[in-house]
Ligand binder design. Structure first.
Ligand code: ADP
Ligand code: ZN
Ligand code: ZN
Length: 717
């Protein structure tokens, strides 16, 4: 009898055996439909064997092996196994989290043909087609020159007619040799970086590409990718923002004409995403470009991995299998024997430390790529002496006026959307809080609502104070909406564009705003971190930073790293082209070392000081961390569960420090109380050995309605 070991999407750390009459060892990696409880579910075959420990009476039969698409490759299953092992999650959960949603369904997949070719009958028809069939003749003539991709064919009706009459047939996509369209010659540092990375093609090596904003990191990626493609291998490019992918995909398409670039993001339609995934697996896709989930794309011959803006927090998945796509990207490169390039102007301290220790090779792009372009001057405006009116100091206001006069653009950065962060009753001190989270509700005046930025809850604005009845409720603090109002009344002739996740929510809004910025149809751009990332706005010559001080005092040890990266990125938006840029940062603490380093554009200095602080305080990367989290209706249940879990912890703690259960910083989220236990160890193997033993006993605890999970290398506390 043939037994299938199947990975199912259930929160149990085991595989499931099923009998199957119609399966062979070549089916490993295929999906299979099996009965589970009373349902039919999709699993993935990870092993085909001859025997099982499941007693004959209990052994169930698989319903069907799904052979619609090729099986997942062995090295992909290895990747899933590594991920399951490292993040201490069941293999079935990992596999299902990694698969594109369409492949998790029981319904087999049929994809539309990729391309079409002319048949002999089609060639013959070229001589006999009546003159009035102009569209058909035109299409047949194009097909006679060679197969056409479905996307390139044009209107479907003509093509359908040809196929129905046997004049054309579906075929595999034509393979054109990938070539890079060259633009400006590389700068000397770009040249050096490209030579180093290209020299490593064919073997594993990790590179940290430390390039200031505007230094042309993308150009380095493009040249390295061209070299990888020329060797007949594929490239994987990870980017942090969904917002950035269409732009980048367009750029890749232009620079690599005829090359199949597949984008993988959660925004793609199910079939499209599955098609992209399969194109990567078959080798038809030369370049896979995507957000963190693309790190799980299967490849036939992966030759280069690029992680752009590698410091970005969005590479860490924050629910389900909490993987770091950046770290898995390094694993993949290692497993594939390919170089990996981690690029950033402000790398994570983890990667920076690896570069310092020599584990990663550091390549530096110290200047801007475009001739004449240089980093902006950063000025710290002391708001103790130049008190802001409506949020804007007189120094910044004068700088904005100068831009308006010259027809240049100013960008104002305030990392707080909404009108005001909180609504307050001045009579009794009541503040509008979210009933489900330990957080304030943010006042949004555009739709007259209070919104929770953590759980999304929406409430009407109360007419009077719910606690004392006072009708005079006032907004406290300033968000982008309120600042926009103030700016509009202060600079009445300026065309203002507010850019935050509220104003860009509607589909296509961000694209049209970006075009307005590029064509000069806006004078002042006011927005949150959406504006900070990776965009190239050549007309922006002034960046004003408001309210940064709030992040200086955050409790989290990663806060300075995040703030520096954010400010550095947003400052980098100033003066990208031939116009020099200026940054005005309003602060009460102009002497703060973080701001001082920012003024000098000194990431290395800032990072070295941070690493020293982390080392002496015993924080990562000096130690490795994991947390066990619990979420429950009541905080005492969450803490109680963690205490019970700790009672199960292995007695052998060799080098692992286990802290007491405590509430998380955001102690309540969406109605759930949240608590955690922090584990630290200077030794990664020691930490993982501890976790491996511990996590097994955790599955045996009966948590009831409580939910728990482990987070390895957490970034949220
Ligand atoms: P980064 O990602 O490092 O911030 P980009 O890749 O966005 O920088 O490049 C910044 C600008 O410099 C882009 O407009 C790009 O076209 C231009 N650029 C890149 N390389 C060169 C080069 N070698 N010569 C001239 N311009 C370049
Ligand atoms: Zn009140
Ligand atoms: Zn909430």
């Amino acid at each position: 009898m043939t037994i299938l070991r199947i990975a199912l999407d259930v929160p149990l750390p085991r595989l499931f055996d099923y009998a199957c009459a119609d399966a062979a060892p070549t089916d490993v990696g295929r999906r299979v439909i099996v009965p589970f409880g009373t349902r039919a579910v999709v699993g993935v075959i990870v092993e085909v064997r001859g025997a099982t420990d499941v007693p004959a009476g209990k052994l169930r039969e698989a319903a069907a092996v799904v052979r619609d698409v090729p099986p997942l490759p062995r090295d992909w299953l290895e990747l899933a196994r590594f991920t399951a092992d490292y993040y201490h999650r069941p293999l079935g959960e990992v596999i299902h989290a990694a698969l594109p949603p369409r492949l998790r369904r029981t319904r087999p997949l049929t994809l539309p043909p990729e391309a079409f070719a002319i048949t002999d009958a089609g060639r013959a028809a070229l001589d006999t087609l009546p003159a009035r069939s102009r569209a058909r003749r035109a299409l047949l003539e194009r097909l006679a020159a060679g197969p056409l991709r479905a996307a390139a064919v044009g209107p479907g009706a003509t093509l359908r007619g040809l196929v129905q009459n046997g004049l054309a047939v579906p075929c595999a996509a034509p393979d054109s040799p990938p070539t890079l369209v060259l633009e400006d010659p590389l700068t000397a540092p770009q040249e050096t970086a490209v030579a180093a990375i290209v020299g490593a093609l064919g073997r594993y090596e990790a590179f940290l590409l430390l390039g200031i904003t505007g230094s042309g990191k993308t150009e380095v990626y493009l040249h390295c990718i061209a070299a990888a493609l020329a060797r007949g291998t594929q490239a994987l490019v990870l980017v942090p923002e969904i917002n950035l992918t269409p732009q980048l995909a367009g750029q890749f398409g232009r620079r690599f004409p005829g090359t199949r670039v597949v984008t993988l993001t959660s925004a793609a339609a199910e079939n499209e995403r599955a098609a992209g995934w399969l194109a990567a697996q078959s080798g038809a896709a030369h370049i896979v470009l995507g957000t963190r989930l693309a790190v799980f794309a299967p490849f036939t011959r992966l030759g280069l991995v690029v992680v752009d803006e590698e410091h970005d927090a969005s590479f860490k998945q924050q629910e389900g299998v909490r993987y770091s796509a950046r770290d898995l990207a390094v694993y993949r490169a290692h497993a594939a024997g390919a170089p990996v390039v981690l690029g950033s102007a402000t790398p994570s301290l983890e990667s920076f430390a690896h570069a310092q220790s020599g584990r990663y090779r550091q390549l530096t792009l110290p200047e801007r790529a475009r001739a004449g372009s240089r980093l902006p001057d950063v000025r710290l405006v002391d708001i103790r002496t130049d008190a802001p009116v409506d949020g804007v100091s007189s120094a910044l206001a004068a700088a904005i006026d100068a831009r308006l006069e010259r027809g240049e653009q100013a960008l104002l950065f305030l990392n707080r959307r909404g009108y005001a962060p909180v609504l307050v009753c001045n009579a009794c001190g009541w503040t509008g809080g979210c009933a489900r989270c330990a957080a304030h509700l943010v006042l949004h005046t555009a739709d007259r609502r209070l919104r929770c930025h953590h759980c999304g809850d929406v409430q009407p604005i109360p007419r009077h104070c719910p606690s004392c009845g006072n009708v005079d409720l006032v907004p406290f603090g300033r968000g982008t909406q309120r600042l926009a109002e103030a700016i509009e009344s202060r600079f009445p002739r300026a065309r203002l564009l507010r850019i935050d996740s509220d104003s860009t929510r509607a589909k296509g809004r961000w694209e049209s705003m970006r075009r307005a910025i590029e064509s000069g149809d806006a004078d002042i751009l006011l927005g949150t971190q959406i504006l900070a990332k990776g965009h190239d706005f050549p007309r922006v010559t002034l960046v004003g930073v408001l309210g940064a001080d709030a992040s200086l005092v955050a409790a989290d040890y990663r806060a300075p790293e995040r703030l520096f990266a954010q400010l550095y990125q947003v400052a980098g938006r100033a003066g990208r082209a031939d116009l020099p840029g200026e940054v005005f940062l309003q602060t009460r603490y102009p002497q703060h070392p973080l701001y001082q380093a920012l003024m000098r554009h000194d990431f290395a200095g800032f990072a070295a000081a941070q690493l020293e602080e982390r080392r002496s305080a015993g924080f990562p990367p000096a130690v490795h961390e994991a947390v066990l989290r619990a979420e429950s209706e009541e905080m005492r249940d969450a803490i109680g569960f963690l205490a019970r879990a700790l009672a199960q912890a292995p007695a052998e703690r060799a080098g692992v420090t286990v802290y007491d259960p405590v509430p998380m910083t955001l102690a309540k989220l969406a109605g759930k109380a949240r608590a955690h236990v922090l584990l630290q160890s200077p030794s990664r193997p020691a930490l993982h050995a501890f976790l491996r033993t511990w996590v097994e006993s955790l599955y045996a605890l009966k948590p009831g309605a409580l939910r728990w999970h482990l987070d390895v290398d957490p970034i949220e506390f």
